[in-house]
Design a protein around this ligand. Structure first.
Ligand code: ATP
Length: 356
């Protein structure tokens, strides 16, 4: 019973509105990520779910219970929620076992019951052989798993994770992503995960909520938000993308700088911005959609990361190295565009970001 309903929640600190008309419903047992840049309001939403902050307007339901209003307010300790934050703060003077047992002791459970539950959860997070170590004898990833086990041991309805991997190195982050997802699936628990890292959001989530400046930009599966972003902000935030200003007329898009044209079957007319992900552009030997000159390429092992001048502007192309290793800077190529998206020109300057 951990369906979460957030109904038209607005949060202001003084005069400053940091979250505006936030609506969301999280299905029981799903993994939801709040994704957005620093300061967009992700942590504030999480803190309201936890009960550390109250909404200025709107309501939050956990299961069927309204928990956030003055009248019905349920304090954090009675929300049946597990939490892990960026600084995982395991107690340094306690062993792994004692750290994980702590929330159960607070609930005044019997010794045997505590041992059973702690052993169970330590098995799940692969720490059974470390029960008697103190945190300083563990790696960062292991300490983070202690924090996870402590958050999960009382079998909460809901687990809140606020950038829990940001203190770990890249390799550990990689493996912890899979571990967290595995644990969530195994326990069937609802997880709300906060991050500004799109890779974390894409790999773990059933549903991603993209937020900017306190407003939801899009709610969708990782595939939805990557392949069908609703606006330029989302397209830009969840991956690499070329934005090219163009004019849409007579079922053609004419790129403003290069004057090159591609066919377009959509219904936006006039000034638009065409978004093309670098991996959706291919070098072809026959006639393509565009022509361009190779300005630079960087060998990244699995791919080449290229800059192509299509006439007055540079685009980024991620090309497989096999067919491309011998190509030289200054050569001209035909390019095929496999997939693109078209946005109404918002006037925002997303245009140069791709090359930085
Ligand atoms: N208690 C508070 N009083 C006043 N302003 C606050 C308070 N808590 C947060 N804010 C402001 O609310 C905005 C949103 O903060 P929040 O921590 O939710 O963002 P975030 O998206 O989680 O950012 P980050 O990724 O950097 O943690 C920020 O501008 C922040 O300064």
């Amino acid at each position: 019973m951990s369906r979460i309903l957030i109904k038209d929640v607005t949060k202001a600190f003084g005069d400053v509105v940091v979250l505006s008309h936030f609506d969301a419903e999280f299905v029981d047992g799903s993994f939801i990520t709040l994704l957005g840049p620093s300061g967009c309001g992700k942590t504030t939403m999480l803190r309201m779910l936890a009960g550390f902050e109250k909404p200025t307007m709107g309501e939050i339901y956990i299961g069927d219970q309204e928990v956030s209003s003055e009248k019905n307010f349920v304090p954090p300790e009675r929300r049946d929620i597990g939490m892990v934050f960026q600084s995982y703060a395991v107690w340094p003077h306690m062993t792994v076992f004692e750290n994980v047992a702590y929330p159960l002791k607070m609930k005044k459970m019997g010794k045997q019951e505590i041992k059973k539950l702690v052993d169970e959860i330590l098995e799940i997070v692969h720490l059974s052989q470390y029960t008697q170590r103190v945190p300083s004898q563990l790696s960062g990833g292991q300490q983070q798993r202690v924090a996870l086990a402590r958050a999960l041991v009382a079998k909460p309805k809901l687990l809140l994770l606020d950038e829990p991997l940001s203190n770990l190195d890249a390799k550990l982050r990689d493996s912890m992503r899979f571990e967290i997802k595995e644990i969530q699936k195994q326990l069937g628990i609802t997880v709300v995960y906060v991050t500004h890292d799109q890779l974390e959001a894409m790999t773990m989530s059933d549903q991603v909520i993209v937020i900017n400046k306190g407003c939801i930009q899009q709610v969708g599966t990782p595939t939805d938000i990557y392949r069908h972003p609703e606006n330029q902000f989302v397209a830009d935030f969840v991956g690499k993308i070329n934005f090219l200003p163009a004019e849409s007329k007579n079922q053609k898009l004419t790129f403003k700088h290069s004057n090159q044209q591609i066919p377009y079957g959509g219904d936006l007319i006039g000034d638009v911005v065409v978004g093309i992900r670098p991996e959706n552009i291919r070098f072809v030997s026959m006639k393509g959609d565009l022509t361009g000159t190779l300005v630079s390429k960087f060998y990244l092992g699995d791919v080449n990361d290229c800059r192509i001048d299509i006439g007055g502007e540079l685009i980024r192309v991620i090309a497989e190295p096999k067919s491309f290793d011998t190509c030289k800077e200054g050569e001209t190529f035909n390019l095929r565009i496999d997939e693109f998206m078209v946005f109404k020109d918002s006037g925002d300057d997303f245009h140069t970001k791709i090359l930085t």
